[in-house]
Design a protein around this ligand. Structure first.
Ligand code: PEP
Ligand code: MG
Length: 573
């Protein structure tokens, strides 16, 4: 049987499965007599959960990185919240409730409060909150929560969903793969599986109802295809495929020190997308030519209040210094859409992706915008900085943003602060409006970086977080190819370079076609750089120009896919 999910972490997994049952804990109400004993029992459970969470946090730092470990700070905050504990203890004292029941009552009232909140970020934290309460309840009732650390044999884990704490506890050497019913490419488990290099598929609908413990399953985390009870032949084919992947990874490692040239000697720039200084080591390890996209919103999202000018300056300076004069493109705040800040009151919008997002929000919050621009300009003397504005839809927005940047420059100079004169200013092309008017925009910036994630979402009017319209994510559709071609031609005519920093830059088929359309720079997650470098080393730029031009005149994405897949097969085998 074949089930199609969403491949979120590449690699082939072949193994028996175990289903992770998210048993719901039954909590009953009992009247207690010894109040102090019950309170002590509750406090002991809370303490043990805090210790467990600290251990998971430490493990995450060791196995993944500091950024992912931060998820558990929020967990610990909930477990350690004096208000929650206070309310539970009050119920034990006044109502003589047993502690598990008192906690259950408090949980319900908090859930009600969360539900009535408008803030999207806080709403998302409900999952974390419930996970923490479940841990404390389990500890009171004497259950241990799922012990993923103690898996004895290699398995594929199948679950409805996995929480970040479940994921962090995975014993990497025992987990062949992960499949969940729900999730998207950007869900926590997807991000963590990629970081842990565990093959994973999410959105496999009701797989938990289809498979049973001990069933043999194989899947490819690249294409999202799951085979339940595979034949001997399937197993052999996939084992072979896995060997090929391992061989491939060894080969591409040898490309780490080389520049990215095509067979016919065209030099292509390959840069890293980063979310902060914590991603620098991977960018440097992958020998990136620079940072093509620094998404600064993480600096804001990991805080309980706006980061100060000084805090921002510190992070930007670290990145610029470590990249040692290589190009570093720092994008100004892109909040809104699916990214919210717990401490910024944002009106509820019916269509947040079409709403008050990114540059629109910054132009409406000048002090917020200026703080970031000042921090960037102050840091500019420490490296090779480019500032990039997101979601620009009109020339007026671009001009306003540039004017505010100039104001900041003047202010700093008047204050006697040194600012580099070499700072470049660019914009994301991620809306059809800016792509179509690229010839005009090109006169006013130093570079373009095409954000395919949004350009595709807005071209096809398909919410990028909605699984039901995921089929409209078509980076090879001639619609997108034509838009890219227009942008490249407009940019080159004005003598500026054009990059791509959306996910499509890291996928072999799209990178090859976009190269043929004339893209100068590809920016992607660091782990994909060597694969793309290897790909470019195998193909001829002149071939890609010819093929891409042919594809511009096709009518569907599948026609383009067929053409490029055939070419890639030819150069690889
Ligand atoms: C994009 O839209 O392609 C992009 C790179 O920006 P983000 O994914 O951060 O919206
Ligand atoms: Mg975008």
């Amino acid at each position: 049987m074949i089930i199609q999910g969403i491949g979120v972490s590449k690699g082939i997994a072949i193994s028996k499965i175990i289903k992770l049952k998210s048993e719901s804990l039954t909590v009953t109400s009992e009247k207690i007599v010894d109040i102090e004993k019950e309170i002590a029992k509750f406090r002991e459970a809370v303490n043990s959960v805090i210790i467990e969470l600290q251990a998971i946090r430490d493990l995450t730092v060791k196995e993944i990185d500091e950024k992912h470990a931060k998820i558990f700070d929020a967990y610990i905050e909930f477990a350690d919240d004096p208000e929650i504990s206070g309310e539970v203890e009050e119920l034990i004292r006044n109502e003589k409730y047993n502690c598990a029941y008192a906690l259950n009552v408090v949980e319900k009232s908090y859930l009600k409060m969360f539900k009535s909140m408008e803030d999207g970020y806080l709403k998302e934290r409900v999952v974390d909150f419930k996970d923490v309460i479940k841990k404390i309840t389990s500890s009171i009732l004497g259950f241990s929560t799922i012990s993923l650390k103690e898996l004895k044999t290699k398995v594929i884990i199948v679950a409805n969903d996995l929480s970040p704490s479940d994921a962090a506890q995975l014993n990497k050497s025992k987990v062949e793969g992960i499949i969940t019913n729900v999730g998207s490419k950007t869900s926590h488990i997807a991000i963590m599986a990629r970081s842990l290099k565990i093959p994973a598929i999410v959105g496999a609908k009701n797989i938990t109802n289809i498979v049973h413990d001990g069933d043999m399953v194989l899947f490819d985390g690249f294409d999202g295809k799951i085979i339940v009870s595979p034949s001997e032949e399937d197993i052999e084919t996939y084992k072979h495929k896995r060997q090929e992947q391992i061989k491939f990874d060894k080969i591409i490692d040898t490309f780490s020190e080389k520049e990215s040239y095509t067979l016919d000697k065209k030099l292509v720039e390959l840069a890293s997308n980063i979310g902060g200084p914590e991603d620098l080591s991977n960018a440097i390890k992958s020998s990136a030519d620079g940072v093509g996209l620094y998404r600064t919103e993480f600096l804001y999202m990991n805080k309980t209040n706006f980061p100060t000018e000084e805090e921002q300056f510190r992070d930007y300076k670290i990145v610029l210094q470590n990249m040692k004069n290589k190009k570093v493109i720092i994008r100004t705040l892109d909040i809104g859409g699916d990214k919210t800040l717990s401490y910024l009151k944002m009106d509820k919008e019916v269509n947040p992706f079409l709403g008050h997002r990114a540059i629109r929000l910054c132009l409406d919050n000048i002090p917020l915008f200026k703080t970031q621009l000042r921090a960037l300009l102050k840091a500019s003397i420490y490296g090779n900085l480019s500032i990039m504005f997101p979601m620009i839809s009109t020339i007026d927005e671009l001009r306003q943003a540039k004017e505010i940047l100039n104001e900041c420059k003047k202010e700093l100079q008047n204050e006697g602060v040194k600012v580099s004169h070499e700072v470049k200013v660019g914009m994301m092309i991620e809306l059809p409006s800016s792509a179509i008017l690229a010839d005009q925009f090109a006169k006013e910036v130093d570079f373009f970086s095409i954000g395919t994630n949004d350009l595709i979402q807005y071209s096809f009017a398909a919410d990028r977080t909605n699984e039901k319209v995921a089929y409209l994510y078509q980076p090879l559709n001639p619609v997108i190819l034509r838009l890219i071609k227009m942008v490249v031609e407009a940019g080159h005519k004005e003598g500026i370079w054009v990059g791509v920093c959306g996910e499509a830059a890291s996928v072999q088929e799209t990178a090859a076609i976009y190269l043929g359309l004339g893209i100068d720079e590809f920016s992607m997650n660091s782990s994909s750089i060597l694969t793309i470098k290897f790909l470019f080393s195998k193909l001829k730029y002149s071939d890609m120009v010819e093929i891409s031009n042919e594809c511009l005149n096709k009518s569907t994405e599948s026609q383009v896919e067929k053409i490029i897949s055939a070419y890639l097969k030819k150069i690889y085998y």
